[in-house]
Design a protein around this ligand. Structure first.
Ligand SMILES: O=C(O)C1=C[C@@H](OP(=O)(O)O)[C@@H](O)[C@H](O)C1
Ligand SMILES: C=C(OP(=O)(O)O)C(=O)O
Length: 441
């Protein structure tokens, strides 16, 4: 059904000086907070991807006015109570972040709303946000209790809660904190593990008092947001494909400019370093409340390691790319504590295991992870056809595997790459990957 496949020629090296597009997590939040703020927000470096545009269009359907000015998104805030009832369900496409964060915001509105998504999003668990929102007094119903579409009844009084999510998740934390802004009292989230803290940082930049005490984050209800300009860093999750590609392809030397290296997100850097990668962070600086750096990556001999829950939490979206690195490493890599990968855009453990096996790599699925037996002597992969299962990160991870393959790697259903990384093919080709997108029909 999908129109585009990737054809990637084997071999080659990555080089040059590139900038990957803006951070997806930060771009979503920038739109949401700008919409709820008083005043005008200019967002530069916004990720113009399908997922972030789904967030923007959802607010557009609630009356938000926005314009493009020299590549920046300029948003006229509507205030905490200024959104208007949408005429139709809000379609959030493929984007879990949009649906889970918006459910917290919609629970606080005076009007009813319905949140829908595509087939993948409609399979993903939503009880994780439904449950705490019910505890706050919201009326929210999911299909079969746990799935989208979500129907949210407005005009309901919310009360603050003390909540411990069942898994470490920035989406659950953010949903509860955003609903907490509409609640009476102080809402507290006790984090069972580390999750990205972009919501806390950006709410603070918009003038909201967010407190952190150890694992607990809290916000008092009734606060308003004041517009502030946002400069979105380049997305480390997108940079990760190039970091893995340059590490595994001999003679590579690439520099990735202005990438976010937030400590709650930077696991891919530390895991690759632990595997022996040659990565240098240059010109570390602060950009609108987020740490960024230029990242130089040169090829290296990688070795297998143990990757546990603590590392996975900091590199959850980068795991598919890290599995490709592990397949090229000397020795075995064992990943555990990664059960959350099974409920992303697809079951990323099963689908990566299927694809790696397809390319001749020995691997074994665990309930919460995978064991990958590295093939350090090139070629590490055979050529072959890969099913991306309509998951952007699977498609881009296997595209990089071609750098160490003996034959072409062909990946189906690659339209979904546009959810997080528009322009991937052009940028990867510019960096030296022998990649072409071809129409399937
Ligand atoms: O809050 C966010 O922006 C995100 C949180 C993570 O999901 P979880 O909160 O489900 O771990 C991550 O996988 C997703 O890509 C983006
Ligand atoms: C899991 C992801 O995103 P989301 O949850 O927003 O769909 C991702 O981008 O890898």
């Amino acid at each position: 059904m999908s129109g585009k496949s990737f054809h990637v020629q084997p071999g080659g090296a990555l080089g040059g000086d590139i900038r990957v597009p803006g951070d997806k997590s930060i771009s979503h939040r920038a739109i949401m907070f700008a919409a709820l703020a008083d005043g005008t927000t200019r967002i530069s470096g916004f990720l113009e991807s399908a997922d972030c545009l789904a967030t923007l269009n959802a607010f557009g359907a609630m009356g938000l006015s926005h314009e493009l000015d020299q590549g920046a998104r300029v948003i006229t805030g509507m205030g905490m109570r200024g959104l208007r009832a949408p005429a139709a369900p809000l379609d959030l496409g493929n984007s879990g972040t949009s649906m889970r964060l918006l459910s917290g915001i919609m629970a606080g509105q005076a009007f009813d709303s319905v949140l829908t998504g595509d087939a993948s999003l409609s399979r993903r668990p939503m009880k994780r946000v439904i449950e705490p929102l019910w505890q706050m007094g919201a009326h929210i119903e999911g299909r079969d209790g746990d799935r989208a579409p979500l129907a949210i009844t407005g005009g309901v009084k919310l009360n603050a809660i003390d909540y411990t999510p069942p898994v470490a998740s920035a989406q659950i934390k953010s949903c509860v904190l955003l609903a907490g802004l509409y609640a009476d009292g102080t809402t507290r989230v006790h984090e069972p593990g580390v999750s990205r803290d972009h919501t806390e940082r950006m709410l603070s930049a918009f003038g909201v008092t967010v407190e952190r005490d150890g694992d607990t984050v809290s916000v008092a209800g009734g606060q308003s947001l004041t517009a502030t300009d946002v400069a979105v860093p380049a997305d480390l999750s997108s940079a990760a494909f190039f970091m893995v590609g340059a590490s595994i392809a001999p003679d590579s030397d690439i520099t990735l400019r202005g990438v976010g290296i937030n400590a709650t997100r930077r696991g891919v850097i530390d895991v690759l370093l632990a595997m022996g990668a040659d990565i240098t962070l240059l010109d570390e600086r602060d950009q609108a409340g987020e740490p960024v750096a230029d990242i130089r990556v040169r090829s290296a001999e990688l070795h297998g390691i143990e990757i546990g829950a603590d590392e996975v939490e900091l590199a959850i979206d980068e795991c598919p790319a890290l599995f490709v690195a592990a397949a090229c490493a000397r020795g075995t890599t064992r990943v555990t504590g990664a059960g959350e990968l099974r409920v992303k855009e697809c079951d990323r453990i099963a689908v990566m295991a299927e694809g790696l096996a397809r390319l001749g790599v020995e691997c074994h699925e665990l309930e919460d992870g995978i064991v990958i037996v590295g093939r350090p002597d090139a070629p590490s992969f055979s050529g072959g056809s890969i099913a991306s299962h309509e998951d952007h990160r699977i498609a881009m991870s296997f595209a990089m595997a071609a750098l160490r393959a003996s034959g072409p790697v062909i990946i189906d259903d690659c339209d979904y790459v546009d959810t997080s990384f528009p322009g991937f093919v052009e940028l990867a080709a510019q960096a030296g990957l022998g990649i072409q997108a071809r129409a399937t029909e």
